[in-house]
Design a protein around this ligand. Sequence first.
Ligand code: AMP
Length: 434
Amino acid sequence: MSQLPTAPPSGFRDFLPASCAMRARAAEAIAQVYRRFGFQQIATSAVEDLPVLLGKGGGENEKLIFKLMKRGAQLEEAKTSGGELADLGLRFDLTLPLARYYCRHGSTLPHPFKAFQMGAVWRAERAQKGRYREFHQCDADIIGSDSPLCEAEIISALLTAFEAAGLREAPQAVVNDRELLQAVLSEAGLPAEKTAAACVALDKLDKTGVEAVRGELEALSGSEVARRLEELLLSKPGDLERLSRFQPQAAARVREILSLVNGLRADSAVFSATLIRGFDYYTGPVFEFRSPRLSGSLGGGGRYDRLTEKFGGQPIPACGASIGFERLLLLLEQEGLETAPGPDAVVTVFSEQLRAASLKAAAALRHAGYAIDLYPGAGKLKKQFQYADAKKAAYAVVIGPDELAAGQATVKDLATGKERSVALDSLAEAVKKG
Ligand code: AMP
C-alpha cells in the first residue's frame, strides 16, 4: 500500500510551535495597533456564494478562486445536466467579504465604520517563496468617508503595526491614484479597452525592468503610444508634479495623503506613477508597502468607492489596506526574532499512583497565574527533565512518595541544575522567587 504524503499540498503550510508563537505575537501586536487607531474587530465567513466572489459578470478574479463542489443530489443533477459543478468558493481577500458584510449589517454599525479583520484567504496561484495558496491578511478599512484622512490613517496604522510587530527596518508606503493613471494612459493615446492589458504590463516593472515593459507596451499599442508611456510613466515615475495637469484633482489627493503621512513620519511615503495594485475594485488612491529585503509587497490597499454597489446598495466611499502576514513573518524571521519563552515550570509525574498529587500542584500553580506544563504520562524522571529542557521551562517540580509524605516538593532550577525542597502550599512562591 503506498503511503500517504506527509507534506501539505503545494502552497499550503504547516507551522512548528516556534513559528506559531512568533505568528501569535505578531498578530496580537498588529491587532493592538489597529485597536489603538479606533478600528473594531470583525470576522467574516471563509466561504462565500460563488456569485459574490465572481462579481456581477464573472471576471478576472475567477482564475484565483478555489471553488467548492455542490454536494449530494445537486451535484448529481449538475453532472447530468452539464451545469456548474460548484456553488461556493473560498474568499480570496478580506475586502469583498467586508463589502458584503457592510451591506448586510451596516444599519447596526457606527457610521463611518472602522473595521479590522485578520484571517486566512486562499488563492489558486503558482506557489513560490512568499507566494502561497493559503495565506493570512490583516486588514484595516474605513467605510463611509471620502476624506483623505482615511488613506492617511490607514497607511499610518499599517506603518505603526509593522513597527509594533517587531520589524526593525521600516517599510516605505508607495502611493498612486487610479484616476491619475487612467488620465496619463489616455493622454498617451492608449485606447480605453487596452487599459487593463497595459496595467498588467506596467505591473511587471519591478520584476522585468523598463525594457521588457516597453516591449510589451509596444506590442500592445504600437511604438508611438509606447514611447509616450515610457516618457510619461517609466522615465520619472516619482515626479508627481509633471503628471498633475492630466488629472489635477487626483494629483491633489495624492499630494494631500503624502503630506499627512509624511507629517507624522518623515519620508515614509512616496509617489509612484507606475503602482497598479491588482484588483479592479479600486477607484482612486492605491498604495503598497515595500521593503528592500522583499520581492513583492508587504501590504497594499486603496480606495474602493463602488464595491458596495455589487450588493445592490448605494455606492459608499470606502478605503482599506491589508498586511500580507506571511511576508511580514518572512522579514521577521530574517531579522532573527528570539524564540518564544517556555512555561514557568514542568510538573513531573513520579508514578501513576502519584499523578493526582502532581495534577493538584499544577492546578494550584496555574491558579496562581503561572504557565505550567504537566508531564503527560509518568516514567523516568531523567526523560521528564529532558522534556522540560526541550520545552525551555524555567523549573521542574518533582513530587515523589517521600516529598508527598512530608508535604513537600522538589523544585529544580533548570538553568543552574540546583534543587531545593519547598512546602507544597508555598510552591507558587518558590517558582516565583526561584
Ligand atoms: P492584495 O490582496 O493582492 O492586495 O495583497 C495584499 C497583500 O497580501 C500583499 O501586499 C502581499 O503582502 C500579500 N499577498 C498577496 N498574495 C499573496 C500570496 N499568494 N501569498 C502570500 N502573501 C500574499
